[in-house]
Design a protein. Structure first.
Length: 212
């Protein structure tokens, strides 16, 4: 089995973590060596940066925020992600560069191209083989998010306009990279979302039995 980097993107409340866990479980059950990672995080240095960027009591300005996410990503890529790919592991990542493009580039107004440049340096130009973009109405995402028991983090406390800009930027990304980005309607049941995601992954991995 050849290595593959599959990223999962979408608004807060879109169901990314649920889909990531489901994909990892199903692929492993079908004999694929798979590793699930999250961003920011995955390795110790990146997890510490995660604490900073999520702290609701901490003021982090947009440029610093973009650089912190890129730094966490750089550490993850070099320390863990690339070695996994070199071992021909299928790597699933809950958020990757597109999140920075949407949240910092689009919603924070730093510019998608500028943030893309920062992250090209951070990742050494590493690109996902497939991105699963969960499309959900910002209002629905907010409603799901508010239904959780845990306290919202710093970004989750942003206003409606912020998440509308995030959603619009994700749509822009999908339109410019149709060969890489598979848009999935996240308003459906988790089972339906997982089924479509498995079909997309099966096409990538070249084994139609994986969509069964």
């Amino acid at each position: 089995m050849a290595a593959a980097l599959i990223t999962i993107e979408g608004l807060d409340g879109a169901g990314k973590s649920t889909l990531a866990a489901g994909l990892a479980r199903e692929l492993a059950a079908r004999g694929t060596e798979v590793q699930l990672l999250r961003e920011p995080g995955g390795v110790e240095a990146s997890e510490r940066i995660r604490e900073l960027v999520q702290d609701p009591d901490l003021a982090v300005l947009p440029r610093a925020e973009a650089l912190l996410y890129a730094a966490a990503r750089a550490q993850l890529v070099e320390e863990l992600l690339l070695p996994l790919l070199e071992r021909d592991v299928v790597v699933l990542v809950d958020r990757f560069v597109d999140s920075s493009l949407a949240y910092q580039g689009g919603a924070r107004g730093l510019g998608v191209e500028q943030v893309a440049d920062i992250n090209a340096f951070a990742t050494g130009g590493l690109q996902p083989d497939l991105t699963l973009l969960l499309r959900v109405d910002p209002g629905v995402g907010r409603s799901r998010q508010q239904g959780r028991s845990d306290e919202p983090d710093r970004l989750e406390r942003e206003d409606e306009g912020f998440f509308e800009r995030v959603a619009a930027t994700y749509e822009q990304i999908a339109s410019t990279a149709p060969g890489r980005v598979r848009v999935i309607d996240a308003g459906r049941s988790p089972e339906e979302v997982l089924g479509e995601a498995l079909e997309a992954v099966a096409e990538l991995l070249g084994d139609p039995r994986r969509a069964a």
